[in-house]
Write a protein of this length. Structure first.
Length: 149
């Protein structure tokens, strides 16, 4: 029982996820597409400028996949550090969570909403799925129940 309570109050969970390193099959496909699509567009439209523009736009749209993201979870909330920026969100902002294959999504809404992708926060796993899931469930559910009482 003491092991269950200790992580929710005083402990801290930290890890760094880099999807391009952690998900090899998808990474190979993505890199291949980042090369083939701009080359194909450049050839089809008759100029390397179009291919270069396509490459820049594609890399910009999936840039987070190639940049390490550091996650820090503690009793106060969640800190996400990526692209040289740090964002902190306290646990009381989250009302629900959804566990996916690659991570856990923390939502500020009690029920699924179309605004989830814009307001929520996705924490990507790195071989620590069960640990992250348990940590988040303790804090999100505790805050949700505490706020409604």
């Amino acid at each position: 029982m003491e092991e269950e309570r200790a992580p929710s109050e005083g402990s801290r969970l930290e890890w760094t996820a880099l999807p391009v390193r952690d998900d090899h099959p998808r990474s190979l496909i993505l890199v291949a597409l980042l090369v083939v699509i701009p080359l194909g567009l450049g050839w089809w439209l008759g100029g390397t400028l179009f291919g270069a523009i396509a490459f820049v736009l594609l890399v910009a749209s999936v840039g987070g996949y190639f940049v390490p993201t550091r996650y820090v979870l503690d009793g106060r909330g969640v800190r996400v550090e990526s692209f040289g920026r740090s964002k902190f969100r306290p646990w009381d902002e989250f009302r629900n969570l959804y566990v996916h294959r690659d991570g856990v999504f923390l939502s500020p809404f009690e029920r699924p909403s179309r605004l989830d992708p814009f307001r929520g926060l996705f924490l990507r796993f790195r071989g620590n799925a069960e640990e992250v899931r348990r940590f988040c469930e303790r804090h999100v559910r505790r805050e949700q129940q505490g706020g409604e009482a």
